[in-house]
Design a protein around this ligand. Structure first.
Ligand code: GLV
Ligand code: MN
Ligand code: MN
Length: 417
């Protein structure tokens, strides 16, 4: 059987039902990692997987694996999925699409009574977003051996300091399975593009060849708290003025490496945050991205020089730490070929694309052959409550996922015959 088709209406209905958990008034979703709502979404996903006949396991970092058996239980599974956590002002599709697409392909195979050679596993990774607990991709990172388990579970909530591990326990998702001990024959992840390229090109399928590298920083600027009235301007050591100049420098560095560089400050804490006290301390984060590691290194250099210059000029102490780094990632040529082949066989217009966002696939690529499938999102907007995607594009991506997964899950048979 070739060119099987999923049930696009069922996929859409599941996405919309899932999006009710943490639904925001503006039509988005707020479902932070390891929150009560994350727990609710996880339980719904597990129920659906069990109804679809899957055996569900949870590992010690809360990653959920739902297994549909294959003909040969000794074969490593073909894995697909994404994440159920969202940004604080997130949308209905970032992450959820990849998990629901995996579930939909299992349901489709059940409808057809189709038995694959290798098992298939649908996975929901813990804390992909890195918003409540930083960095991003923690569940897949522990799975891939990038972080050790204690490091992953010890990540503190950015605002309250409570740890990921204690929150997973609280919501009932500190599982029993060791992390990373599962073999993976191949990993596919379907995701909305989260940028404007596919929509502008009028193509429903992006064949993702890799992802750009990222460097994240944590910067603390310390000056001196003083009274806003009696303190003359020349005597001030205003940490917020310093941070503001540094933040402007971050933005200029992004522009200087156009068109591919991205540079963002998304989290700022001002202390004491009192309107008539000159700020004594500012903490902020920097997120740099580029597909070329050498440019990312140049951006690193420019950031350090710019921040040091501002600190000297205003008389501030600077503590600049690189917090997280991963280099640009190339996905597996055979799996990328399977995605392209599935798009071609289905007659979907497609193009190669590099991911601007981070994904669990980036870490999976370190331990298993990996590829991704992108579909367009409306206006290229994501990490926003208005994030949207067309049902027909989501169906197209899921059809490509199904056929790419089958290509790998049956590869043993075709290799044997
Ligand atoms: C994940 O959402 C990212 O920051 O790319
Ligand atoms: Mn995502
Ligand atoms: Mn995201």
């Amino acid at each position: 059987m070739r060119n099987l088709q999923v049930n696009g209406e069922r996929l859409w209905a599941s996405l919309m039902e899932l999006a009710q958990i943490g639904a925001t008034p503006k039509g988005g979703v707020c479902r932070l990692a390891a929150s009560d709502l994350d727990g609710q979404a996880r339980r719904l996903f597990i129920r659906w997987c069990q109804e679809a006949g899957c055996d569900v396991r949870v590992d010690k970092v809360g990653n959920i694996f739902a297994r549909r058996p294959g003909r040969d239980a000794s074969l490593a599974p073909v894995m697909t999925g994404s994440h159920l956590d969202t940004q604080p002002t997130g949308g209905k599709f970032d992450g959820a699409y990849g998990v629901m697409a995996g579930l939909e392909l299992v349901r489709t195979l059940n409808d057809l009574g189709y038995e694959t050679e290798a098992p298939i596993e649908v996975v929901a990774w813990t804390n992909e977003e890195g918003s409540r607990f930083s960095p991003a991709m923690v569940g897949s990172g522990v799975f891939a051996g990038v972080f050790d388990l204690a490091e992953g579970l010890g990540r503190p909530d950015n605002l309250t300091g409570v740890t990921l591990g204690s929150e997973l326990e609280r919501i009932g998702f500190a599982g029993a399975d060791p992390v990373g001990s599962r073999p993976v024959a191949a990993y596919f992840e379907a995701h909305i593009e989260q940028g404007p390229i596919l929509e502008a090109a009028g193509k429903p399928i992006g064949v993702v060849t890799g992802a750009q590298g990222q460097r994240w920083y944590e910067i603390t600027v310390t000056g001196q708290e003083a009274h806003a009235g009696p303190t003359p301007m020349p005597r001030r050591r205003d940490a917020l003025v310093g941070a503001a100049r540094m933040i402007d420098a971050v933005n200029l560095i992004g522009h200087a490496h156009a068109p591919y560089a991205c540079a963002t400050v998304g989290f700022v804490q001002v202390s004491p945050n009192s309107r008539n006290t000159i700020p004594g301390r500012v903490f902020f984060t920097v997120d740099f991205r580029h597909p070329d590691d050498a440019v990312l290194s140049a951006m690193d250099d420019e950031l350090r020089r710019a921040c040091e210059a501002v600190a000297v000029e205003i008389g501030l102490d600077l503590d600049l730490k690189e917090f997280w780094y991963f280099p640009p990632t190339q996905f597996d040529a055979d799996l990328v070929g399977a995605v392209r082949g599935a798009a071609e066989a289905q007659g979907y217009p497609h193009q190669d694309i590099i991911s601007g966002a981070g994904h669990d696939a980036v870490y999976l690529a370190r331990v298993a052959p990996t590829a991704m499938i992108f579909v367009p999102c409306v206006g290229g907007i994501s990490h926003n409550e208005i994030e949207d995607a067309k049902p027909e594009d989501l169906t197209a991506g899921c059809n490509v996922l199904l056929n790419a997964v089958l290509d790998r899950a049956n590869a043993v048979t075709s290799e044997r015959s």
